[in-house]
Design a protein around this ligand. Structure first.
Ligand code: SAM
Length: 426
């Protein structure tokens, strides 16, 4: 005998019903309610009336996840999704194919403001700035990792799933990434294939093989254009990026800003936030291949110093190559909290930090504050962790003086922020 279930009182996966959609929430959903229960609805917009299908039930039944599968009353901010792979049950790479670019930025502003209020305790209005280098939110991804299905087709994953949706072309990637021709050929025995293209016109492909690794690695090159390096097989895996006249070495597998307009815009914004002076001693935490460190070194000059702290060995090696003619840049291959705890330095003038989405947290922030910098510039791709850290810094005696947000991941829910802090007494 199967248990009867009352869809109205206690919905399960697959149930469908109508809801009014409320405010946007972080993560690419909007919030709705059904019989008092919170539902996070994808593929919807605030103010819409939609039919949802439940895709998951949260732990303790405290909330539901659902897809809007039919729109009964559409928002004026809705558009026809340009990508045929998006939508309920489709590719999970984008959250907002169905939303106009202007409305996407407005929703991101609301998400950042909400995080500042809830986690940070600050009531702020934030404008999300557009970034030069995409085409109405498309054609901007210079780095992508495709997953490979059991038939060898490259594609992207369904939302919250390991299922691969094979695709002919992802509309988010740049023409140069697409030209590596990864999605239109088969990849038997590969688990994933990553493509990187740089501002200097180089491209590289990295294949993650299924174990055991193929003995004939040259077979990986079948069909890949001659101009594209294949990491571990052809070329060094070292690439080059050009930002405001400075050439950076980058490692194919290390972090680099994905939107082509991001490196220059963020570097300029960090400079405006910190206002570095000749002779300053600057700490750059989570420094990657040295994007900010090198730019800062050129301003603080030979009388100053930049300490760049990064845990990825390949990124540190690339940063050393870029900065080899700049003796005022010191690259420390270490975790930020460990390097700070070692108290290698007692004080500094300025700090920039750009942690992963989980943010810096109390240990790192307390140790930064002990260095008594003039200013802190905090670059963040996680509004919730930034909100938490804004509150932590406030409790440590620091004031948020500026908050900027940038649309560096258009058509997805992701947003980049830059927060500037000074000590309370300034
Ligand atoms: C968001 S990226 C920023 C990189 C750089 N600021 C940029 O814009 O190119 C974060 C970097 O932090 C590094 N990372 C992650 N955890 C770390 C840790 N605990 N300590 C130091 N670096 C870390 C990652 O390898 C990555 O390069």
């Amino acid at each position: 005998m199967t248990a009867q279930h009352d869809a109205a009182a206690s919905p399960v996966v697959g149930d469908r019903f109508e809801v009014e959609v409320g405010a946007v929430a972080h993560g690419g959903h909007c919030v709705a309610r059904h019989n008092g229960q919170v539902i996070f609805v994808r593929h919807s917009l605030p103010g819409e009336r939609v039919v949802v299908e439940v895709t998951s039930v949260g732990s303790g039944r405290r909330f539901l996840l659902a897809d809007a599968v039919e729109v009964l009353a559409a928002s004026p901010d809705r558009r026809e999704p340009p990508c045929p792979y998006s939508g309920p049950g489709g590719c999970g790479g984008c959250d907002w194919q169905h939303v106009t670019p202007q409305a996407q930025r407005h929703m991101k502003s609301q998400v950042v403001a909400e995080a500042m209020l809830r986690q940070g305790g600050l009531d702020l209005a934030v404008d999300v700035e557009s970034v030069v280098g995409d085409h109405d939110g498309l054609g901007w991804r210079t780095r992508v990792t495709y997953s490979v299905d059991s038939d060898g087709n490259a594609g992207l994953l369904r939302h919250h799933s390991h299922d691969v949706v094979p695709i002919e072309r992802c509309l988010l990637v740049t023409d140069a990434v697409d030209a590596a021709d990864v999605t239109r050929r088969r990849w038997p025995k590969a688990r994933s294939v990553s493509v990187v293209s740089t501002s200097t016109g180089e491209s590289a492909v990295t294949v993650e093989p299924m174990p055991p690794a193929p003995t004939d690695r040259a077979r990986l090159l079948d069909g890949i254009p001659e101009s594209v390096a294949v990491v571990g097989v052809r070329g060094t895996g070292r690439l080059h990026e050009s930002v405001a006249g400075t050439e950076y070495t980058v490692a194919a597998g290390s972090f680099w800003q994905v939107h082509p307009g991001a490196p220059e815009l963020l570097t300029r914004a960090v400079m405006e936030a910190l206002e570095p002076r000749p002779g300053d001693h600057v700490v750059d935490l989570y420094s990657g291949v040295g994007l900010f460190a090198v730019a800062l070194a050129d301003v603080v000059g030979v009388g100053g110093r930049v300490e760049a702290v990064e845990s990825d060995p390949a990124a540190c090696a690339a940063a050393r190559r870029t900065s080899h003619a700049r003796p005022n840049v010191l690259i420390h291959e270490d975790k930020a909290d460990h390097w700070l705890a070692a108290r290698s330095i007692r004080r500094c003038d300025l700090v920039v930090l750009d942690p992963p989405e989980s943010g810096a947290g109390p240990k790192v922030l307390e140790r930064i504050v002990r260095l008594s910098p003039r200013r802190i510039a905090y670059v963040s791709c996680g509004p919730a962790s930034l909100g938490r850290d804004v509150r932590l810094l406030s409790n440590l005696g620091w004031t948020l003086t500026s908050l900027r947000a940038f649309d560096m991941f258009p058509t997805t829910h992701h947003v980049e922020c830059l927060a500037t802090f000074v000590p309370h007494h300034d």
